[in-house]
Design a protein around this ligand. Structure first.
Ligand code: NAI
Length: 794
């Protein structure tokens, strides 16, 4: 073809990136890789290796060691041995190592990008221009944190040895998201890459050697799910950080429940891509291409659900089809390719199967007329329209280049549809009307909202999900907190709880006949006093064993009613912070008015001295959270694009609280007030020892303008109520103060909807010491960060 003809046809010629360097790297290793443990390469204990392939052509790239439980143990030991020295380095020394890693990533960026593309199948354009530069950025950013850490977090220390498990969709980027903050905060690491894409992690191990990183600080153990499982279960791991499927996330929550391992989960998504009729449609279509066809749609935050305003659906679909027809599918090392290969046969089959299911459920399937390469694993860009919101393709993560399109009429309906998912990772809103866009952004239940943009990431902006997309954030200040613990908590003594057994019914009846009891209280649900469903009450005794009164014996039904009331009161989270502060001040005022009578009653159980301190400190604690209500602000990040990212501290939603038994009033206030201050609705189980405190508490709320349902109180036995609270699908988080066994069962029972679980890890909290019992640590757990990205400029 002549140049003149080419000029007319505008055909792309081949533009392959040269894989020579990557191939010679593989050859240098004789295409066989061992485990990186304690700074050296070790053959796997059992001598087993697995193959890793180039999915774009099916060719085998290398043999990679299959790590066993024994290998994991060796790696954990190496990480433990390196831990003390690493954490006691000066901040500057740690910063220099991270800085050196960032420089080395940049220096070897071409090799890393080519190797990533060969192992994963993603277009070189993406690995070269997005993944690897972001990897370097993460190490630079966290080098900075290492330097200033003691100034910014003087009361924290590292978790210790961290186990990290990553997926195959962004192999090196996920490694960076995990390793950089862990090292910056003084942890040592055992990382398990995904079995489909282990190569760049192994090259990174070499960079650690080149940087002179002390042996054992980073250990890389390759292998499959069983290797990951061994890491999760290893008793000497202090924290697990996982990115991958929601299903495995659940298994890990279950497997770590009985331990005190900290856990952060970054799981799946079904992110909405909302386009309003006033959007710049051409830009929105470009955004959509990036949103769903970036990395073949194998992206946890892929904009896989297109929600279009009905009035523009037709022209929009036609624009999308036109654009889809120009997408180029093929060998991912070609620099002009838009869509590369699917990572593995099993993933390709899964995509195919889900599309078939979607069509069987009534969706219409459209694919452009493009030829797929003869060899390798490819799936064409696919548009499913007429998708019913309940269809499997609208609800479940496909993790492939498949877009499910639906329509809406009003902004309200858009929000409803967008939130109609168990996930909550990311979302996009396209509208030229900034009021509409930000109003909708505020209502979306997702950790990230991109306004008129998509798939922007930065190390300074925490990334992570709401709901079943997991918990914890990666990046930003909030991401660092996942790798540290307050010093005092780490060294706090164990909480030993005297067990209160559920008393048998005949005793209740007998007690109920006992005359001249001091008082009874009721449950407090939806702002009203309520009788317990069971019709029973249980005895409450004074310190000397005498009967003080009766407390209602709450059951499952009462918890459910309380959760329903709390759900209805979520408007509390939308009131202004000033307003919430006012209500809290009013609560303090009312408690102070009832000071002497409350002391008198509480004194019978905890003694006069403790009762007085509980109330005086309680009033102070409420003041403290009234003060914080309008001061625990978010941040505005300035990522390196023409964008601002508004980080909002949003309430978690409805939170269940198991209160301390021994400190009935102050314990209750210390947990419930930070949640209220941040706009959460609460269902609390008060002190089992002295549930009668409920009567004093609801009188305060009743006279303080707190909207009904914002706090609900169900008295009863923790052993009976915790299960309903922890398993309830309408509860977004649960705070549990208890002994080891109570805390473990809360975690184990929370896996259904993967609610956030925050506990004392079976340790004692000194509620009388404001340095540990109030402040940021509580507020950080009462909120979740949502980043709203807004572009600026022409
Ligand atoms: P996966 O969740 O099984 O794998 C992720 C990582 O976890 C891998 O390193 C794997 O070896 C490890 N793993 C597997 N089982 C484990 C266990 N019991 N304990 C500890 N570690 C374990 O994901 P998979 O099978 O590769 O993909 C399945 C589906 O998961 C995809 O189709 C996609 O829908 C979703 N997925 C979501 C990701 C996300 O970033 N949200 C990433 C990868 C997959």
């Amino acid at each position: 073809m002549s140049i003149a003809e080419k000029f007319v046809s505008m055909e792309y010629g081949p533009a392959p990136e040269d894989p020579k360097e990557a191939i010679s790297w593989l050859e240098r290793h004789h295409r066989r890789f061992d485990l990186f443990i304690g700074g050296v390469w070790k053959a796997p204990e059992r001598g087993e290796y697995f193959d890793t392939f180039d999915p774009s052509n099916g060719e085998k790239l290398a043999d990679v060691a299959q790590g066993s439980a024994g290998d994991i143990d060796a790696a954990v030991k190496a990480a433990r041995a390196a831990s003390d020295k690493w954490r006691s380095l000066t901040p500057h020394a740690r910063a220099r190592y991270l800085y050196a890693l960032a420089r080395l990533v940049q220096k070897h960026s071409r090799l890393l990008a080519v190797l990533e593309t060969m192992d994963n199948g993603k277009p070189i354009r993406e690995s070269r221009d997005i993944d690897i530069p972001l990897v370097a950025r993460h190490f630079y950013y966290h080098a900075g944190w290492a330097q200033i850490l003691p100034q910014e977090f003087p009361e924290h220390e590292p978790c210790g040895v961290v186990g990290q498990i990553i997926p195959w969709n962004f192999p090196l980027l996920m490694l960076a998201w995990k390793i950089a903050p862990a090292l910056a905060t003084g942890n040592t690491v055992v990382l398990k890459p995904a079995e489909f894409t282990p190569l760049t992690a192994l090259l990174f191990a070499e960079l650690c050697q080149e940087a002179g990183l002390p042996a054992g600080v980073v250990n890389i153990v390759t292998g499959d799910g069983s290797t990951g499982e061994a890491l999760v279960k290893h008793p000497d791991i202090d924290k697990i950080a996982f990115t991958g499927s929601t299903e495995v996330g659940r298994a890990i929550r279950g497997a770590t429940a009985a331990s005190h391992k900290r856990l952060s989960l970054e799981l799946g998504g079904k992110s909405p891509f909302i386009i309003f009729e006033d959007a710049d449609l051409d830009s929105a279509v470009e955004g959509l291409v990036d949103g769903i066809w970036f990395n073949q749609g194998q992206v946890c935050c892929a904009g896989s659900r297109l929600l279009m305003q009905e009035s523009i659906a037709e022209p929009l679909i036609s624009k999308i089809r036109d654009r889809m027809s120009t997408l180029r599918i093929g060998a991912p090392l070609d620099k002009a390719i838009d869509i590369g290969a699917i990572v593995a046969r099993v993933q390709l089959d899964r995509i195919q199967h889900m599309v078939e299911q979607g069509v069987a459920e009534g969706a219409s399937c459209w694919q452009p007329n493009v030829a797929l390469p003869a060899r390798g694993l490819y799936f064409p860009p696919t548009l499913l329209s007429n998708v019913h919101p309940t269809s499997i393709v609208a609800q479940q993560e496909i993790f492939g280049p498949v877009l499910a399109a639906m329509t809406f009429r009003t902004p309200r309906e858009a929000v409803e549809l967008a939130n109609n998912t168990v996930y909550g990772l990311a979302s996009c809103v396209w509208s030229e009307n900034v009021n509409v866009a930000l109003h909708v952004a505020a209502q979306l239940k997702a950790g990230v909202v991109w306004v008129n943009c998509t798939n922007l990431f930065d190390a300074a902006c925490g990334f992570g999900g709401y709901r079943e997309s997991g918990y914890g954030r990666e990046g930003g200040r909030e991401g660092l907190l996942e790798y540290m613990e307050p010093k005092w908590l780490k060294h706090a003594p164990k909480l030993l709880v005297a067990k209160t057994e559920a008393v048998d019914e005949s005793e209740h009846l007998a007690e109920a006949r006992t005359p001249s009891v001091d008082r009874t209280v009721k449950l407090y649900i939806g702002g009203k006093q309520a009788r317990p469903d069971s019709g029973y009450s249980f005895p409450v005794r004074a310190a000397d064993g005498s009967l003080l009164g009766e407390a209602p014996l709450g059951n499952r039904k009462d918890i459910r009613n309380a959760v329903e009331a709390a759900r209805k009161a979520e408007g509390w989270g939308k009131t202004t912070a000033h307003n919430r502060a006012q209500v809290l001040y009013y609560c303090a005022e009312n408690l102070s008015l009832r000071r002497s009578e409350t002391i008198h009653r509480l004194a019978a159980v905890v003694g006069e001295e403790q009762a007085t301190r509980e109330i005086d400190l309680g009033i102070e604690r409420i003041f403290s959270y009234a003060a914080w209500a309008d001061k625990f602000d978010g941040a505005v990040h300035n990522p390196p694009f023409r964008n601002i990212a508004i980080a909002m501290n949003e309430p978690i939603g409805t939170v269940g609280v198991i209160c301390p038994s021994e400190v009935p009033l102050l314990g209750f206030l210390s947990l419930v007030m930070p949640l209220l201050a941040m706009g959460n609705a609460v269902v609390a189980v008060p002190s089992e020892k002295y549930p009668l405190i409920t009567g004093d508490i609801y009188q305060i709320f009743d006279t303080s303008d707190l909207p009904g349902g914002a706090v609900n109180i169900v008295t009863g036995y923790v052993s009976q109520l915790l299960k309903t609270l922890a398993e309830h699908d309408d509860i977004d988080g649960i705070w549990v103060y208890g002994d080891d066994a109570t805390v473990a069962s809360a975690k184990a029972m929370s896996i259904g909807n993967l609610k956030q679980v925050w506990t004392n890890e079976g340790k004692t909290i000194d509620w009388f010491n404001p340095k540990v019992a109030e402040g940021r640590w509580f507020l950080e757990h009462a909120t979740q960060v949502k980043n709203i990205w807004v572009p600026y400029g022409e």
